[in-house]
Unconditional design. Structure first.
Length: 318
């Protein structure tokens, strides 16, 4: 059963009516095909109208859609010969971070991702994509391994942020994230990061210190969630739509500020309506971004990546 977001209620009524008609045996001598066609055309127009003018808050809801393809979905679709690697070699395995070795379009690569899960059981297993320090230590370990074996790195970001629990703070959450970012900036190999859903706070940046950062059209990327921002600034999480507007967290906003390198269009209605088409588009975008980096020297990659992040905000400060 398709899950509809709050702003999609008019569309939900139409699509539910269409499904009822399709299941309904028509009276003898009467065809319901014409009515189904008419309603389908109306639903398509409604869908185009809705998605032509999404607000930042509505884009946030689309980025969080429960049926949106997850990191493991992209790994399964785009990476062949995938061999998962686990553990941080210090404390434990963190299932919120997935990663391992595989091949992308024939190239041996290291792949990383924040995994939210697709149902109740897997969401609990992966802690809804919110990693603890051991998860970010695993990121650092795999990034450094990729550098040692000269393997390009691909990451898929989809997290509301790092796990905020007391146990995570006690084990050095901030330091683990900082070390993961440091490893990304120092990697002597090409690094492509793609925000496929939510890109929340340092938990996302830990996998995003890359040569090229791409975003899906209806994904978001921000230093804090809209609800968290609203709670701090207005003491009211209900002000999240206002915070989403102020945060400039959409792909178009971030591309306009040169904080990301490319926006990948999504099928009409969002990635959850056509997962296979979306994942194919992401694969093509990654391949295009990766190709010119493969011939660059380790020194050039590191220097340009460092300059890329140091340059952010300079124009506004000048």
């Amino acid at each position: 059963m398709r899950h509809f977001l709050d702003f999609e209620k008019p569309l939900a009524e139409l699509e539910n009516k269409i499904e009822e008609l399709r299941r309904m045996p028509g009276p003898e001598g009467l065809s319901i095909a014409d009515e189904v066609t008419r309603l389908s055309e109306k639903a398509d127009r409604q869908l185009r109208t809705l998605y032509a003018k999404l607000t930042p808050w509505q884009k946030t809801l689309v980025a969080r859609h429960p049926d949106r393809p997850r990191a493991l979905s992209y790994i399964g679709a785009l990476i062949t010969d995938y061999t998962p690697l686990g553990g941080d070699r210090a404390f434990a395995e963190d299932a919120a971070i997935v990663g391992g070795l595989g091949r992308f379009n024939g190239h041996a690569v290291m792949v990383l991702g924040t995994e939210k899960g697709t149902d109740t059981e897997s969401r609990i297993k992966h802690n809804f994509g919110s990693a603890r320090p051991e998860g970010y230590r695993k990121v650092r370990r795999l990034v450094e391994m990729a550098g040692h074996f000269r393997l390009p790195i691909l990451s898929f970001i989809d997290t509301s942020g790092a796990y905020p629990g007391v146990d995570a703070e006690a084990r050095g959450q901030a330091e683990a994230i900082a070390r993961a970012i440091e490893a990304g900036l120092a990697a002597p190999v090409p690094f492509i990061a793609t925000v496929i859903g939510e890109g929340g706070s340092g938990g996302a940046i830990a996998l995003g210190a890359a040569d090229r950062v791409l975003m899906l059209e209806h994904s978001i990327y921000s230093v804090i969630s809209p609800e968290g921002c609203a709670s701090i600034l207005w003491r009211d999480a209900a002000a999240a739509p206002m915070a989403a507007e102020a945060l400039k967290l959409t792909a178009d906003d971030l591309r306009r500020f040169d904080l990301i390198d490319g926006v990948i269009p999504e099928p009409l209605g969002g990635a959850h309506r056509a997962p296979a088409e979306t994942m194919a588009a992401v694969g093509e975008a990654i391949n295009t971004a990766l190709a010119p980096l493969l011939s660059q020297t380790p020194e050039a990659l590191k220097a340009r990546r460092r300059e890329k992040f140091l340059a952010m905000g300079r124009e506004g400060l000048a």
